[in-house]
Design a protein around this ligand. Structure first.
Ligand code: 3PY
Ligand code: MG
Length: 257
């Protein structure tokens, strides 16, 4: 019997903005709290957050228990991590630094069961949490498990059409910090600079042409608004430690007037 699991694919297909929190602190306790904040999902950052796979297992369970989708930004674009994260119950994996069509194909192979890919069988935790039989899980897994390729280098931008056309890929996700560092040849980070936004427009167009979800890392209201205006709908809204800092600053302001 299938349980009521969050259907991320259907939610994203609605085209409504999906704004999620971004966690860097390795704590299942905090993940359960963050999952109950008014965001649409929670992403665990295994690349730049301090979150390893054993941490992620408990965090994913805590997020699922709050009936929110757990997303993971993997440490790197490798053949093992997507399957491992989906086995643990994540609904989406965002892989960093996907620069070529071949790298996008590797990502899809790692994330999807045949015929789309060659993910290895063993999603017992995810299967049981979803209340599915093995046969049902096999039938549903490619639909339940979404993969996004990060576009965040000059090379990826150059290849974005070919990356976006990769069969089985579900979305593109811009890392605007790395992208702006690359485009400025190391001069600086400019998440809403002219050159960055023009590059992001190209990514959004490639996603749209191929029926993919267009995503990006936002991080503040001003940045998120400009990305929504470009057609991005899947946006990392705020980082856990930023939320604490903003809350503390707000309280201080209120107390000191
Ligand atoms: C980037 O902006 O480069 C990212 O990877 C977001 O964390
Ligand atoms: Mg990056």
């Amino acid at each position: 019997m299938a349980s009521a699991q969050f259907d991320l694919r259907t939610r994203l297909a609605s085209g409504e903005p999906f704004l999620f929190s971004w966690m860097t602190v390795p704590s299942p306790l905090l993940a359960g709290q963050v999952a109950r904040l008014p965001f649409d999902g929670v992403c665990l950052d295994m690349q730049h957050g301090m979150i390893g796979f054993p941490d992620a297992v408990g965090m994913i369970a805590a997020i699922n228990a709050a009936a929110r989708p757990a997303l993971v930004r993997s440490l790197w674009n490798d053949a093992a991590t997507p399957g491992q994260c989906f086995d643990a119950g994540a609904k989406c994996v965002i892989a960093p630094m996907v620069n070529t069509r071949a790298q996008a194909e590797l990502l899809v192979r790692a994330a999807k069961y045949p015929p789309m890919g060659s993910r290895s069988w063993g999603g017992y935790t995810a299967q049981q949490a979803a209340g599915l039989t093995p046969a049902e899980y096999l039938r549903e897994a490619n639909r339940m498990s979404m993969v996004f390729a990060m576009v965040e280098t000059a090379e990826a931008l150059e290849n974005v059409e070919a990356i976006a056309a990769t069969p089985g890929l579900d979305g593109l996700f811009v890392g605007p910090s790395d992208l702006s560092i690359a485009l400025s040849k190391g001069a600086g980070i400019d998440k809403t600079g002219k050159e960055t936004l023009a590059a992001m427009q190209k990514v959004a167009a490639a996603a749209k042409k191929n029926g993919l979800v267009a995503g990006a890392f936002g991080g503040s209201a001003e940045v998120i608004k400009s990305y929504l205006g470009l057609g991005f709908t899947f946006i990392a809204a705020a980082v856990d430690v930023d939320l604490m800092q903003w809350g503390a600053a707000e309280l201080n302001r209120a107390l000191r007037v």
